[in-house]
Design a protein around this ligand. Structure first.
Ligand code: PMP
Length: 429
């Protein structure tokens, strides 16, 4: 029985049963049209309505200001590792080009004079940098993808958390030690590291906007979006796959500052980028193209947008004070689970440092049995499955136990897990 199972998997994650029931009906016959939602055209009015309503509800829930656009894309969080690079590098080159044109008193045109191109080439070679804060396996992957796409010489790892934690992730280096570039195309970080259980406690001070133009800040919020209030205004781009806190796998959401959507060199002058030695990204990853078409440049899974929309509707109905309500609940659930772990240091060891513990992915080792960690974790998992607590196995790259405490995990389920943690620690060693 579905009701007997609480699934703590890291993503895809549990979805509310009533949302799934509504979605199941819509999949067969949407709103009495005699046609299911996965069959209706993405060009139909009903598809546009679903997109627009979902955008509106997301904006309401997170208080997204009017000068931001929301895009529904494909390719997952991993696709955004590439998309952010292509798009933000194109913006950097465009801005740099405008600056050089102004300095040299030259009009913009498709056929730029040699001296402009030479200046631009020099700027690209010497100054184009993308900064990465590497605090876990997902930001590491993003930085590696950037190096693959535009070359390691343009990638600056401004901080690597492993350097201060014995070669392992689990801490976030002090802001004062970050080696940020002077004018990077973006500063990229992952707000919540799903595999390592590391979450930024809040927005990094040094990245706050200064005056009108602050640094371009790009953040991966795949595994903690919708779980706490975020200062949207401080970000240039926020992206997240839907499959953890928003909905089903298949749509990736991008919240982007509208000023970054002006057609940049990538669309207007692809030949110029090639000439500068910068690859042109796939058109399906280009933010301005997706924005111009209200996320319907090509066929989008409207069914998956619908599920996300239903999750948001439910969240708005559950929490009159919107994301603040969810934030309070998320904190309460995480506290319960961490408290049970901390109460038994002889049986458990939380992996990340206390200062950066994730509220969403609670990673720990089990040391309870005299026979060792492996045996302890096997026994812990076996006992949990027996009482319907599933999906607790840690990521294959790090092992251990991971309880993903996403929005769909109820307070009762978090209580059940914390009681199990207590009772396992009280058991025979
Ligand atoms: N970023 C984070 C923080 C993630 O947790 C994941 C997936 N677990 C990804 C990116 C990659 O997402 P996808 O599988 O949708 O490509």
């Amino acid at each position: 029985e579905r009701a007997d199972i609480t699934y703590f998997g890291a993503g895809p994650a549990l979805l509310p049963t009533d949302v799934l029931e509504t979605a199941a009906a819509a999949l067969v016959n949407y709103n009495g049209t005699g046609l299911g939602l996965a069959e209706h055209s993405h060009r139909s009015e009903l598809a546009t309505n679903i997109i627009n309503t979902t955008k509106k509800d997301l904006a309401a829930y997170l208080d997204i200001p009017d000068d931001y656009e929301t895009l529904f894309m494909q390719g997952g969080g991993s696709g955004e590792f590439s998309a952010t690079v292509y798009n933000m590098v194109a913006v950097w080159v465009e801005r740099r080009k405008q600056k050089i044109l102004k300095e040299l008193g030259v009009e913009d045109s498709k056929q730029l004079p040699e001296n402009v191109i030479n200046e631009l080439q020099k700027a690209v070679d010497e100054e184009l940098k993308i900064d990465y804060l590497v605090t876990g396996s997902w930001s590491l992957k993003a930085s590696q993808e950037a190096a693959r796409l535009i070359g390691p010489g343009h990638v600056n790892v401004a901080a690597d958390a492993r350097e201060i934690n014995g070669g392992k992730f689990g801490k976030i280096p002090e802001e004062s030690t970050w080696k940020l570039s002077k004018n990077p195309a973006m500063v990229y970080y992952c707000d919540n590291e799903t595999v390592d259980g590391v979450e930024f406690p809040g927005f990094p001070e040094v990245l706050a906007p200064k005056g009108d133009d602050g640094p371009i800040v790009v953040v991966d919020m795949s595994s903690n979006i919708l779980s706490r209030r975020i200062p949207v205004k401080n970000f240039s781009v926020i992206f997240f796959g839907a499959q953890k806190n928003l909905g089903s796998t298949g749509v990736t959401v991008v919240i982007i500052k509208k000023s970054l959507l002006a057609p940049a060199v990538a669309t207007t002058q692809p030949a110029l980028l090639r000439k500068l030695g910068i690859p042109n990204g796939p058109i399906v990853l280009e933010y301005s193209t997706i924005a111009k078409n209200n996320s319907l440049y090509n066929t989008l899974s409207i069914f998956d947008v619908f599920i996300a929309g239903q999750v948001l509707k439910k969240a708005l109905n559950t929490f009159p004070n919107k994301v603040d309500g969810q934030q309070a609940l998320s904190e309460k659930k995480a506290k319960l689970i961490y408290a049970a772990l901390d109460a038994h240091p002889e049986s458990y060891k939380v992996v990340p440092d206390k200062s950066v513990r994730s509220r969403m992915n609670i990673c720990f080792r089990v040391t309870h049995l005299e026979s060792g960690t492996d045996e302890s974790e096997k026994a812990f998992l076996k006992g949990s499955v027996e009482i319907g607590l599933t999906g607790l196995k840690g990521h294959r790259s790090v092992g251990g136990i991971r309880a993903s405490n996403y929005n769909s995990i109820s307070l009762e389920s978090a209580e059940k897990l914390s009681k199990y943690i207590e009772s396992f620690a009280a058991g025979p060693r």
